[in-house]
Design a protein around this ligand. Structure first.
Ligand SMILES: CCCCCCCCCCCC[C@H](C)C(=O)SCCNC(=O)CCNC(=O)[C@H](O)C(C)(C)COP(=O)(O)OP(=O)(O)OC[C@H]1O[C@@H](n2cnc3c(N)ncnc32)[C@H](O)[C@@H]1OP(=O)(O)O
Length: 382
C-alpha cells in the first residue's frame, strides 16, 4: 500500500483527527493511537486499522515515553487545543529537535494563531467562521449545517491527511520534517474555493437558497415521490434539462425559460406535482439510461445494494458485519485495504507496540505497575 512503512503516532481526539488517522491507516501507514489510561470505552469510531497504546501523559514517565515513540516515528498527529502539547513538553520544537525528520501535524479548529486559537469549538463554529455556513440553507430560513461533514472531515481530517502526505513527499527530497498547522476554518474555506471564485460569474448573487446550486433552482433539487422516497435532480445544462422535461412529459414551449429566476417557484411547483405522481422506482425506470441527471436519494442502508455501487464494491463490511465506505480514491497498483477488524480496545496493543519500539519487557512491566501505561483486552506476553 502507498503508505506502507510510515509510522504514525495519533493522539486520541474527537472526530477529525481520528478520520485523518484512519485515512493514513487505510492507505497502509502503521498508526498507533495514544489513549488515556483509565478511560473506559473508546469513542473513536474511525479506528479501522489502528492499534492502541494507553499512556498517562500526566506523569513525567508517560511524557518521556511518548517522546521516545515520536522520535522513532515519521508523523505525530495531535488534536488538542493550542498550547496543550507545549505544556506537556511535547511541542514541535522539542520533538523536531530530537527527530528533525518528524512531520508534526496539528489539527485544530482555528489554527495555532489568531484571537480564537485557544477557544473551544466544534464543526458548526468552524464552518460559520469559514463563511460557508452563511451560504447553506433554504430560502427564507436560517443557515443550516450539513451534518459535521465540511469542517470536521473535508476541511479537517482530509485536508490534514493531504498536508501529511505532502510533507512526507517533500521530506524525500529535503530529508526534513515540518509542522503542519491545519485549521478547520481554513480547510473548510479552501474546500469551498469554488464559491469564492465563482462569485464573479454571478453564481451567488441572490440571497441564500435562491441561487442555482443552493436549492434555488428547480432543476437542481430533490423531489418527493409517490412512495415517500426522494429523487435528486441535477439537470443544469440545457441538453440535460431537455431530457428531464421529456422524462417528466412536460412541454418546454409551455413552460417558462429554464433560467428565469422569477419563474423558479412556479417551475418547482410543477416539477413537485409531477414527481409526486409516481414512485421512485417508476422514475428510475424512466430516467436510468438517460442524461437527465436524475438519481435515487439512497439511504445509508440502501447504498451498497444499488447495482452501480455493488458493481464497484464501493462499500465494505468489517468482521462484525458493519458496513462502511471503501477507502477512496482507488489506486491501480497500490490500492488501500480497509482493515476488517473492529477498532482496538483502549490499550489493547500497549505491550506489542512498546516491544516493537525497542522497550524491554522489564521496562514495560515497570511502567504497567506504576500506572504509566495500561494494557487491556488480550493480554500480551511480556
Ligand atoms: C452528552 C455527551 C455525549 C458525548 C458523545 C460524543 C459523541 C461524538 C460526537 C463527535 C462530535 C464531533 C464534533 C461535532 C466536532 O466538531 S469534533 C471537533 C472538535 N474540535 C477540535 O478537535 C479542535 C481542536 N481541539 C480542541 O479545540 C479541544 O481539544 C476541544 C475539542 C475543544 C476539547 O477541549 P478540552 O476537552 O478542554 O481538551 P484540550 O484543551 O484539548 O486538552 C486536552 C487535555 O487532555 C490531556 N490529555 C490528552 N491526552 C492525555 C493522556 N493520554 N493522558 C492524560 N491526559 C491527556 C491534555 O494534557 C490536556 O490536559 P490539560 O492541558 O487540559 O490539563
Amino acid at each position: 500500500m502507498a503508505l506502507a512503512g510510515v509510522r504514525v503516532v495519533e493522539l486520541a481526539g474527537l472526530a477529525p483527527a481520528p478520520f485523518c488517522g484512519m485515512i493514513l491507516a487505510d492507505f497502509g501507514a502503521n498508526v498507533v493511537r495514544v489513549d488515556r489510561t483509565k478511560a473506559g470505552a473508546s469513542m473513536d469510531t474511525q479506528a479501522r486499522g489502528k492499534r492502541s497504546v494507553a499512556i498517562n501523559l500526566k506523569t513525567s514517565e508517560g511524557v518521556s515515553l511518548l517522546r521516545k515513540l515520536c522520535v522513532q516515528s515519521d508523523v505525530v498527529l495531535e488534536p488538542y487545543r493550542k498550547g496543550v502539547m507545549e505544556k506537556l513538553g511535547l511541542g514541535p520544537e522539542d520533538l523536531l529537535k530530537e527527530n528533525p525528520s518528524l512531520v508534526y501535524a496539528r489539527l485544530t479548529g482555528y489554527g495555532q494563531s489568531g484571537m480564537y486559537a485557544t477557544a473551544a469549538g466544534h464543526d458548526i463554529n468552524y464552518l460559520a467562521m469559514s463563511g460557508l455556513l452563511s451560504c447553506l440553507g433554504r430560502s427564507g430560513e436560517k443557515p443550516y449545517a450539513p451534518l459535521n461533514l465540511l469542517a470536521d472531515f473535508a476541511g479537517g481530517g482530509l485536508t490534514c491527511a493531504l498536508g501529511i502526505v505532502l510533507a512526507l513527499l517533500e521530506r524525500t527530497k529535503s530529508g526534513k520534517g515540518q509542522i503542519i498547522d491545519s485549521s478547520m476554518v481554513e480547510g473548510a474555506a479552501y474546500v469551498g474555493s469554488f464559491i469564492w471564485k465563482s462569485r464573479a460569474i454571478g453564481l451567488w448573487n441572490r440571497p441564500r437558497g435562491e441561487n442555482m446550486l443552493d436549492s434555488g433552482a428547480p432543476f437542481y433539487d430533490t423531489y418527493r415521490t409517490a412512495d415517500d422516497e426522494h429523487v435528486a435532480v441535477g439537470a443544469i445544462e440545457p441538453q440535460f434539462y431537455k431530457q428531464l422535461l421529456q422524462g417528466l412529459k412536460l412541454d418546454e414551449d409551455q413552460l417558462p425559460p429554464q433560467m428565469s429566476f422569477s419563474d423558479w417557484p412556479e417551475l418547482r411547483r410543477i416539477f413537485s406535482e409531477r414527481f409526486a405522481s409516481k414512485t421512485q422506482a417508476d422514475w428510475l425506470r424512466i430516467f436510468d439510461g438517460t442524461d437527465a441527471c436524475v438519481t435515487p436519494v439512497l439511504s445509508l442502508d440502501q447504498v451498497s445494494s444499488h447495482p452501480h455501487n455493488s458493481d464497484r464494491a464501493s462499500f465494505v463490511k468489517d468482521s462484525n458485519g458493519e458496513e462502511s465506505p471503501r477507502p477512496a480514491p482507488l489506486l491501480s497498483r497500490t490500492p488501500a485495504q480497509a482493515c476488517v477488524n473492529p477498532g482496538p480496545l483502549i490499550g489493547e496493543h500497549t505491550v506489542e507496540v512498546l516491544k516493537e519500539y525497542g522497550f524491554k519487557s522489564s521496562e514495560i512491566e515497570k511502567m504497567l505497575t506504576a500506572g504509566v501505561v495500561e494494557c487491556s483486552g488480550v493480554k500480551a506476553k511480556l
